[in-house]
Design a protein around this ligand. Structure first.
Ligand code: ADP
Ligand code: MG
Length: 194
């Protein structure tokens, strides 16, 4: 049972891709204020152009970010995932966002990581301002893109063949660390310290 929000004021950082796979893997509703292909790929996906209702067991994808619109849901969320890529603008926007929600449980999710050192650097930059904030990362991978395109969650795609298991081994391990936060009894950060 959880309300999970994925939010950032920056586009193209992976919110929709991650939100879809997590929602499908958890059997949760996917709710968004931003039109996305997920609506054609997942039967439990709903688009709310105006006010988004608050539901349990939902992954909220706050793209096309509108603070007034999202604020109530963000405040009610059990956890907010903040995707960040390896560029200063993305990191800065994440820091500003986190400042507004610093009383919430937040997981910083560094996405599209080309090199583990980049993840370490992003983590250090975040921790300069918010020490001890939970942090995890996902490498640059086609896992989420291919999953969404096929209408499968990341786990379904990974499990679909030996070839997939080989191809996505590392990326899936990283994704699964995030998924496991929600499948092991609300111990949100048990697997997130990297
Ligand atoms: N870990 C990743 N590695 C490579 N590409 C990624 C990764 N995560 C997401 N992408 C790709 O980045 C693009 C933007 O992702 P999307 O989920 O639409 O971002 P947002 O919802 O934040 O705008 C998509 O083409 C998506 O497939
Ligand atoms: Mg999006």
């Amino acid at each position: 049972m959880a309300i999970i929000s994925i939010a950032s004021t920056k586009g193209g950082v992976g919110k929709t891709s991650l939100a879809f796979s997590l929602a499908k893997d958890l059997g949760y509703r996917y709710a968004t204020n931003d039109m996305s292909v997920v609506l054609n790929k997942y039967k439990n996906a709903r688009y709310y152009p105006k006010k988004i209702p608050l539901y349990e067991d939902t992954v909220y994808d706050f793209g096309g970010f509108d603070a007034d619109h999202a604020d109530e849901i963000l405040r009610a969320s059990d956890i907010i995932l903040v995707p960040t890529t390896n560029d200063l603008n993305s990191i800065m926007k994440s820091l500003i966002f986190i400042k507004n929600y610093k009383e919430k449980t937040i997981l910083v999710f560094a996405n599209m990581i080309d090199n583990p050192n980049d993840a370490t650097m992003i983590k250090a930059k975040i921790h300069e301002h918010f020490p001890n904030l939970a942090f995890t990362y996902l490498r640059r991978t086609k896992l989420l893109k291919n999953a969404l395109e096929s209408g499968m969650s990341a786990s379904e795609l990974y499990e679909s063949s030996k070839h997939s298991q080989h191809l996505y081994k590392q990326a899936y391990g990283e994704y699964n660390k995030i998924l496991k936060l929600f499948t092991t009894d609300g111990h949100y950060f048990s697997a997130s310290q990297s």
